[in-house]
Ligand binder design. Structure first.
Ligand SMILES: *Cc1c(COP(=O)(O)O)cnc(C)c1O
Length: 371
């Protein structure tokens, strides 16, 4: 592919250390699922490995396998749905797995080779996990096998989107009931609830393990999270974006007033214009839904609007006001160019989505270069 992603190693190390400083090495689980939020699993692992992370967190056992192949010897926590057919892969990778269904629990308890499980309770997300009302019963069921009860956990539904955290507080209250049930059986698993946002702004969520994803990559989970953090600590410089994305201009043409640009003839030049093509489309991960909005990219540090519809592998931009623009010049799709900066969140916003989705969908075939 002609576009390229760069991974700023220093920023990633800095973000990792920021969280390590807050929760401690043993309690930090860096989430590297979905190709490390689009940053490249291999590249991110290469940067993190010298920092000797105790835990890495993924969604699939295939990702755990890849981390083992890359040489990771620490604990791997697989947070995705666990089904009985994944037992051999869990054993092979020596991964810890989330268990939140009766089927998975039965299978893990029946496995002759021990599998470390993290029992997930659904305290308000209605996604995965046992009902908290079943905690006493499940604690009793697993109490003869304390060595495989590695964790007991839940996941917050509503920390990112709000400034008031009553819903998270309710979830924490339910989780406390769950915790008591396990403690009452003499079990000492790792209790954990937090992802990026809760680790940053919900002190009550500070427990034995923190599954930190998006913010490891220097992204605030949301503006609300950033504001809450700012109110409490007054310092939002701890996180630095790790990824930037750029592509060369592959052609520059002049169009006359009245000429149409792109599929569907949705854009018509109202004056003489210079149009440049960038070899990035929705296949590469630039959302087609951004077409027709105020989407732009940076060329020579200037904002150039995306014109017409984003194609599968290309898009057209208006470089009329950048007379120096020529074939081979670099356009920035995410990142800094001179005084201008385009965040992943801003790009995502043009397509009515969030930076999580935009980053996770960056095509894995785009070359990632560590700088
Ligand atoms: C993805 C995920 C996380 C990380 O969330 P961020 O908001 O990216 O920090 C944590 N826990 C679970 C269960 C997840 O699926």
């Amino acid at each position: 592919m002609l576009s390229e992603i760069t991974i700023k190693a220093e920023a990633l190390r800095r973000n990792y250390s920021f969280f390590e400083g807050r929760v401690g090495r043993e309690r930090l689980a860096a989430v590297v699922k979905s190709n490390a939020y689009g940053h490249g699993l291999q590249q991110v692992y290469e940067v993190l490995a010298p920092l000797n992370p105790a835990w890495l967190c993924v969604n699939y056992l295939a990702e755990a396998k890849e981390l083992r192949t890359l040489g990771f010897k620490g604990r791997i926590l697989v947070c995705g749905p666990f089904t009985p057919d994944q037992i051999p892969a869990a054993i092979q990778t020596e991964a810890d797995v989330f268990v939140g269904t009766p089927e998975a629990l039965t299978a893990v308890l029946a496995s002759p080779t021990p599998i470390r499980m993290h029992l997930e309770f659904d305290t308000g997300m209605s996604r995965q996990g046992f009902a908290p009302s079943r905690a006493a019963e499940i604690a009793k069921m697993v109490s003869p096998r304390p060595e495989i009860v590695a964790g007991v956990c839940t996941h917050f539904a509503n920390v990112e989107d709000v400034l008031e955290h009553n819903y998270a507080t309710q979830q924490l209250e339910k989780f406390e009931q769950v915790r008591m049930a396990f403690v009452a059986r003499g079990l000492k698993p790792l209790f954990h609830t937090a992802s990026s946002a809760s680790t940053l702004i919900l002190p009550e969520s500070v427990m034995d393990l923190h599954r930190v994803g998006v913010s490891l990559y220097g992204q605030w989970p949301s503006q609300a999270t950033r504001l809450s953090f700012l109110n409490e600590s007054g310092d939002v410089d701890g996180l630095e974006p790790v990824l930037s994305w750029h592509a060369p201009l592959t052609s520059v043409i002049d169009v006359d007033a009245g000429q149409y640009i792109g599929y569907g003839c949705t854009f018509r030049a109202s004056r003489k214009m210079r149009i440049a093509v960038i070899p990035v489309g929705y296949y590469e991960g630039f959302p087609r839904a951004a077409s027709g909005s105020s989407a732009y990219v940076l060329v020579h540090g200037a904002r150039c609007q995306v014109v017409g519809r984003v194609c599968m592998n290309m898009m057209m931009i208006d470089v009329t006001e950048v007379p120096a623009a020529k074939v081979g010049d670099i356009a920035v799709l995410i990142g800094r160019d001179g005084a201008e900066f385009l965040s992943a969140g801003e790009v995502a916003g043009w397509a009515d989505t969030i930076h999580y989705e935009l980053l996770a969908r960056l095509n894995p075939d785009i070359q990632r270069k560590i700088v």
